[in-house]
Structure formats: structure tokens, C-alpha cells
Ligand binder design. Structure first.
Ligand SMILES: [Zn+2]
Length: 283
């Protein structure tokens, strides 16, 4: 089973996770820029974070044979903090970088007027930089959040096939399925979407334009839930080809629209990054 996790926050995960993921078949990931739990107070915290998403973290992933890409954006939650607004001015510089395969995570958290502005501005950046967009849908008031997100996407002029609406569930999938946008599902350990629920959705809606991710981060989450979903699909009678489509070819197709996916071919990565390795003891 080859797996591409299209949404996972590896900065918050350990080398044990990389080891287990690689053993489970995860060969590629996309790490979206997001909220770190602790509010940031200025643009410098973001640029250091973005730099690590396109520098140190791909290096770290490479040590385990995992290809790492990033999406870059001002996340919806911090869009509300005026101290973070200047992040919009530095984004164009990052959106030209090789390892950046989309604008994201953008969208709504609490659906404030500030979030409206920042969402629209970042969809315009996606158009200007010819990149796909990863849209986070809110965990509260989800249906209204998805409806409003779709309206903003339609207004932006971004082609729907270059947009994924993420964190969908049984209710919100209905709102997105006929829009031409991609359907993103995050599989969680004990709340919201689970592998068996995901299998039911795949039975009902098919495998086309579906992305399955673990969204693993600093909260309770599990980077192996992509694999668990693949196993649940097999038990439910899906073929190896169905699995490969959902867990590999679909994310390759979606993020491949950036023209920047680099899935390598067994090339050996450098052992150090800016003089640092992941070893301890003076190496
Ligand atoms: Zn996320």
C-alpha cells in the first residue's frame, strides 16, 4: 500500500511517527501551514515557520524516505489578529518556492468579516500564483461554513477543480459533491470522521476527487489513520486499485496541479541541513 497523506502537520510530530508512517507505506505528505495553538504576535514568527516548512521539515522527512511538500497561508484563526495581517504581504515570496504546492489552509474559523477579507485575498493569491487552494472548513457551524466557503470560492474565479474543501463529513459532503471541488476528509482517532465512516462515504460517493488525510497535529490525532482507512476499504471489498487511487493517485493529481510535486525515485537525501542532522551527540 503506497500512501500520500495530503494534510498532516509533521512539525508537531516526532521521529517515531516518521518511522511508523514510513513502515505503514506513507511515502509522501503535504504539510499545510496552520495555527500552532499558541497565538503568534508578529510576522517574523510566521516567516521562521514557513522557512522550516520548506527547509528543515522536508529534510527531516527525507531521512525516513518520506517526500515532504507544504502549503502556505495565513490560517483562518489568526486572520482575526491584526498583528498577523502583514503575513499577507510576505506570502507572494513563499508562493514561488519549489516545495510549496498550494495556498492553505485558508477559509473560515468563526466566520468574521476579517476572515472574509483574508480568505478572499488568499484565493486571489492562488489565482495570481497559479496554485491550488486548500480550504479548511470550520469545526463549529460546519454546514453554514461550507456554504459560505463555496460562495467565496465561486466569487474568486478559482477553477473548482483546483480547490479542496477539507474536514468534510456526512452532512457537508452533500453540499460540495456537485460543485467540481475536491472532497477532503480528515480521519480522527475518537471524534468526528473514523475509518468505518469514511468507507461508508466512499461506498456512497465513489473514489473520484476524494482526498483522505490524518490531519495529525499537536492535538489528539493519529498519523496512521490513512493506513487504517486503506485496511478498512479492503475489508469492505474495495480493490487494491481503489485504494491506490484514494490514497496515492488522487493527492498526486490534486497537488500535481501546482507543477511542483517532486516524488523522487529513491534518491538518497543529504545527511545534514544547514549543518544540522537529526542525530544526537554532536553530529
Ligand atoms: Zn490542518
Amino acid at each position: 500500500m503506497r500512501i500520500f497523506d495530503p494534510h498532516i502537520h509533521m512539525t508537531s510530530r516526532t521521529t517515531d511517527d516518521y518511522e511508523r508512517m514510513a513502515a505503514a507505506g506513507v511515502r509522501a505528505v503535504v504539510e499545510p501551514a496552520f495555527w500552532l495553538g499558541q497565538p503568534r504576535t508578529g510576522v517574523g514568527s510566521f516567516t521562521d515557520y514557513f522557512d522550516s516548512l520548506i527547509g528543515w521539515e522536508p529534510f527531516r522527512a527525507g531521512q525516513f524516505g518520506v517526500r515532504h511538500h507544504a502549503t502556505v497561508a495565513l490560517n483562518p484563526k489568526e486572520a482575526n489578529d491584526p498583528r498577523c495581517r502583514p503575513v499577507l504581504d510576505v506570502l507572494p515570496r513563499y508562493l514561488e518556492k519549489d516545495g510549496v504546492v498550494a495556498v492553505g489552509e485558508i477559509g473560515y474559523d468563526s466566520m468574521t468579516p476579517e476572515e472574509d477579507d483574508v480568505f478572499a485575498a488568499q484565493l486571489a493569491l492562488a489565482v495570481a500564483h497559479d496554485l491550488p487552494a486548500l480550504v479548511h472548513t470550520p469545526h463549529r457551524d460546519k454546514a453554514r461554513g461550507v456554504e459560505r466557503s463555496l460562495a467565496v470560492v465561486a466569487e474568486s474565479g478559482v477553477e473548482p477543480g483546483r480547490v479542496v474543501l477539507d474536514h468534510l463529513n456526512e452532512v457537508t459532503v452533500e453540499l460540495v459533491r456537485d460543485t467540481g471541488c475536491w472532497l477532503g476528509f480528515s480521519i480522527y482517532p475518537d471524534t468526528k470522521m473514523s475509518p468505518p465512516r469514511m468507507v461508508e462515504l466512499l461506498k456512497a460517493y465513489g473514489t473520484e476527487r476524494v482526498l483522505v488525510n490524518s490531519a495529525a497535529d499537536w492535538g489528539r490525532s493519529d498519523p496512521l489513520l490513512t493506513r487504517a482507512t486503506g485496511e478498512a476499504m479492503l475489508l469492505a471489498g474495495f480493490t487494491d486499485d481503489d485504494l491506490d487511487r484514494v490514497l496515492w493517485r488522487n493527492p498526486v493529481e490534486f497537488y500535481g496541479q501546482s507543477g511542483r510535486l517532486d516524488l523522487g525515485d529513491g534518491d538518497v537525501p543529504d545527511a545534514t541541513f544547514a549543518g544540522n542532522s537529526i542525530l544526537r551527540g554532536g553530529s
